[in-house]
Design a protein around this ligand. Structure first.
Ligand SMILES: [Zn+2]
Length: 270
């Protein structure tokens, strides 16, 4: 990967990648991807579980690098494959495995509808209950499901100061306001650099500085100026820079907030 045409900004403060899918990369590419990101000041990575057949892999990646942690959960796309045995695994592995910092990613996706709505809802509720039982934060994916996400979260019994994050936030202002009032953080990624993402920038504008985290969602959603290429955590600085300019803050000041917020969202990182 060469970045000579659009150099990545060098940041003066370490940064945490709160949401990436390192298991979606070719296994031989993981070490080099991490190395490139470390050179840009990324000092911690959270790689996200999504399906029954990648839970072992995300644990393995987290176990192999001392700056990588993981989450375990079944994504709404895969809800149809989340039988009782899979739910039991999420629970027992979240207790027994090292370096598991949250339950996720879980939620509702009515855009693609790869699993039936009713099945998605049940699997989401079951995993919220696991998180509540284990006192873990949650990583939530919600797409075109604002009303049902809000209705289900209304029954989430978490007593954590920060209950979790709605990652890659693209939902409406109404769900944003609800989640902020319910002690969730909102996760922002390369989408905020896209021309047509005015709605996401509007949500960023109303999000308090102590309630936002940054992520790439690698390998998806590559920020401008590398949009169209495969994403990587080394591109985080482009996202942070844009968040800072939208909030009229110095980049280092934004970074200080984002680091503090990552620590509050995932206490297991410290
Ligand atoms: Zn994701």
């Amino acid at each position: 990967m060469t970045h000579s045409k659009h150099p990545i900004p060098q940041l003066g403060f370490p940064i945490t990648e709160t949401h990436c899918h390192l298991d979606f990369l070719a296994p031989e590419a993981v070490a080099a991807t991490l190395e490139l990101a470390r050179a840009q000041g990324v000092h911690r990575f959270v790689t996200i579980g999504t399906a029954p057949d990648n839970l072992d892999r995300v644990k393995e990646i987290a176990g192999a690098h001392n700056d990588v942690w993981c989450t375990l959960g079944i994504h709404p796309h895969d809800a149809k494959s989340a039988d009782v045995d899979v739910m039991t695994r999420i629970r027992t592995d979240s207790i027994s495995a090292n370096r598991v910092v949250a339950v996720g990613e879980i939620g509702l996706d009515y855009h693609y509808g790869y699993s039936e709505k009713k099945v998605q809802q049940t699997v989401f509720e079951t995993q919220l209950q696991i998180a509540a039982d284990l006192d873990l934060p949650v990583v939530i994916h919600s797409r075109e499901a604002d009303d049902d996400t809000q209705a289900i979260l209304a029954n989430f019994a978490s007593t954590r100061a920060i209950k979790g994050v709605i990652h890659s936030f693209t939902s409406g202002i109404g769900l944003a306001e609800y989640c902020l009032s319910e002690n969730f953080m909102l996760g922002f990624n390369g989408i905020i650099t896209f021309n047509r993402a005015e709605n996401v920038r509007d949500v960023l504008k109303i999000t308090p500085l102590d309630r936002m985290v940054v992520e790439t969602d690698t390998p998806y959603l590559t920020p401008v100026p590398y949009r169209g290429k495969e994403n990587a955590p080394c591109y985080l600085p482009f996202i942070v820079q844009r968040m800072a300019s939208e909030k009229a803050l110095a980049v280092d000041e934004m970074l200080a907030h984002l680091e503090a917020n990552a620590n509050r969202l995932f206490p297991g990182l410290i």
